[in-house]
Structures are given as C-alpha cells and as structure tokens.
Write a protein that binds this ligand. Structure first.
Ligand code: BEZ
Length: 212
C-alpha cells in the first residue's frame, strides 16, 4: 500500500554520496524533501539535481534537508555528481542515496511497475518535523519537476501549521491568505489584527499573518 498524507514517513539507514545516513537523524527536528529520479547520467535528472543544489539557500532558510535517490550504485552517483556540478554550475552537496537493493524505493512506493519494472519514477515527499508525510508528488520520467513549486508548498505548509489559514490557488509568500472555515468571521476579526476581507461567508481573506 502506498504512503499517504498524514502517514509516518518510514525511517531507514542507507549509503549515500555523503556517507551512511539514518534518515531520521539526518532530518533532526526540521523538514525534509525526499525525492527519487529514474537513473544517473540522464538529462532531465541532471537538471533536477542541479536546480535543487542551486536552491540550497532557499531550502536552508526554511530548515529543510534534501535527499535524492535512485537505484544506481554509489560510484555511479559520484561520477555523475561531477557532471551535474559542471553542467548546471552548482555544487551538489546534499546526499544522493544509492538504493541498489531498492529498500527505500519499495518502502516509499517509488517503483511503479506499469511505468518501469526496474527504475524509480519521479516521486517526491515533503516530511514535517513530526515525521509525517505532508505532500506526495509523482511525475513521469519525461517531465522534470518544478522545485520552486516545492518551496512554495513548503511555505504554505509551514504557515498553515501555525496559523488558522489556508493558501489560495497560486499563492506565493507575502500574498493574502484564506481564513479556514472552522474559524468564525467574528473570531477571525479578533485573531487577525491586519483585518479580514469577507467576499462570501465562506471566503475570507487576511494578509499573511507572519510577516510585517
Ligand atoms: C531523464 O532524466 O532525462 C530521463 C530519465 C529516464 C527516462 C527519460 C528521461
């Protein structure tokens, strides 16, 4: 059975390009992004890992640790990492899991046999400090993911974990957010001192509460 939102992300110990890692220890009490790609030395994957490395500061600001995975062996990862750094003008210094025995791939349901019997698809999991799965994404091999979108979701998850708000379609950090239905308009007016705009009784906006 596949992992679903709210499930506990299983722990594992694996060999990576940064040495042996215990997943939970690596995450500490922060957030995590675990993502798989089909294979090393492939073009789309090269751009994905490069983009992730270039966004290192953005993940860091949000207290997010990143971890990539494919079923290729460690020596292949090491050689390919040099190519990524060279062609994408970056430094990949997050771990890439060498999941040759497919232990993690099977734990996380990253192999979709009707897409490929042998390779992982482009799975991505966002994991919260409580080790619960907050988002799952599955993309086909032919389509590279949008890692800026991953950051946008993390912004929404981190905000909505603390405030009684949700984020509307295409929301970006700094834009107005939605008061959740569980909060009455009367309570919302007290809770959100920047004001509440009522469009419909169920559609109420307030400025993002955690910024000045
Ligand atoms: C790629 O990363 O470019 C790729 C990998 C597997 C199939 C198709 C493309």
């Amino acid at each position: 059975m596949s992992l679903r939102l709210g499930d506990i992300a299983p722990n594992f110990k694996v060999m990576t390009t940064e040495g042996e890692i215990d997943f939970y220890e690596y995450l500490g009490d922060g957030w995590g992004v675990l993502f798989s790609h089909p294979a090393d030395y492939t073009p789309v994957c090269t751009t994905e890992l490069g983009k992730t490395a270039l966004l290192k500061m953005e993940f860091g600001i949000r207290n997010v640790k990143v971890l990539a995975l494919s079923v290729d062996p460690l020596d292949k990862h090491m050689g390919w990492r040099n190519d990524i750094n060279e062609t994408q003008h970056c430094t990949v210094d997050f771990p890439i899991i060498a999941d040759v025995d497919k232990v993690v791939a099977n734990l996380y349901g990253m192999i979709h046999p009707n897409a490929s019997e042998t390779f992982t698809v482009r799975s991505l999991f966002i994991i919260g400090p409580d080790k619960k799965i907050k988002l799952t994404l599955t993309y086909p091999a032919s389509t590279g993911r949008n890692f800026v979108e991953v950051l946008r979701v993390i912004d929404s998850l981190q905000l909505t974990a603390v405030y009684s708000v949700a984020t509307p379609a295409d929301w970006k950090h700094g834009e107005d957010v939605i008061v959740v239905p569980a909060v009455s308009t009367e309570d919302a007016m007290k809770k959100f001192d920047k004001g509440v705009k009522v469009i419909k009784p169920y559609l109420r906006y307030t400025p993002q509460p955690n910024i000045d």
